[in-house]
Design a protein around this ligand. Structure first.
Ligand SMILES: [Zn+2]
Length: 91
């Protein structure tokens, strides 16, 4: 990714796709600080990406909650443990 590269050759959409990708990564908190600044600057100047970042941030915030609500059933755990024992014996 080269910000401020030559404008010729590539359509604008390609650059925006890359920016969208860093906006998404930024929203998912998966970027390094350099990309972070680029994404943040773009979010401020691009309403559609601002909306995307908002939606992704909301989705990310919802993930830990939904994971928390799902408890593995005790039976499943027992079955997995039993299978592990069988594999260990090698029969
Ligand atoms: Zn954008």
């Amino acid at each position: 990714m080269a910000p401020g590269g030559e404008p010729s050759g590539r359509p604008f959409a390609d650059d925006h796709d890359e920016l969208r990708a860093s906006v998404a990564a930024h929203a998912l908190a998966a970027t390094e600080e350099t990309d972070d600044a680029t994404a943040r600057a773009h979010i401020e100047s691009c309403p559609s990406c601002r909306e995307l970042a908002k939606r992704l941030a909301r989705a990310v915030a919802a993930v830990p909650l939904s994971v928390d609500e799902v408890e593995p059933p005790e039976r499943l755990r027992a079955r997995i443990l039993a299978r592990c024992h069988r594999v260990r014996r090698g029969t």
